[in-house]
Design a protein around this ligand. Structure first.
Ligand code: HEC
Length: 112
């Protein structure tokens, strides 16, 4: 009898956990990868003004090539997230990322 309860418990537990696990996997998959997509967005929208020769705001964004380099300068990327969130960067006069692209960058920074 006890054994049957135990089995029932395990089966119930397993059926509860399986959907949780796959939902989590999907969420992880949705986070963009710096090298695959974010780097390109930064090149399109930011590095015209933030490069070693044109250090607007004393900020070079061209030097970031990998996720590891970004994580080493997380404080800078927190400031970047704030300026993107406030729609301050890139400045209004330049070409603007789409709302989806902004969300993509912000979600990626938040995932670090
Ligand atoms: C048209 C030129 C231009 C573009 C394009 C541009 N910026 Fe800026 N950025 C500036 C200027 C000028 C400043 C300094 C004045 C200020 O802080 O508003 C600045 C300052 C900043 C700062 C503050 C400096 C710091 O270290 O905290 C951040 C962060 C920033 N930019 C991020 C970005 C990001 C991210 C992008 C792309 C999504 C971007 N900028 C695109 C001109 C630009």
């Amino acid at each position: 009898m006890w054994y049957q309860y135990q089995m029932l418990f395990l089966v119930t537990l397993a059926t509860c956990l399986i959907p949780l696990a796959s939902a989590e996997e999907a969420a992880v998959d949705a986070v963009p990868v710096f090298e695959e997509s974010i780097h390109a967005l930064v090149e399109v929208y930011c590095t015209d003004c933030h490069n070693p020769d044109d250090l607007k705001g004393d900020l070079d964004l061209e030097r970031f090539e990998t996720t590891g380099m970004v994580i080493d300068s997380l404080a800078v990327w927190q400031r970047i997230a704030k300026r993107i969130e406030a729609n301050e960067m890139p400045p209004k006069k330049g070409s603007q990322p789409s709302p989806e692209e902004r969300t993509q960058i912000l979600e990626w920074i938040a995932s670090l």
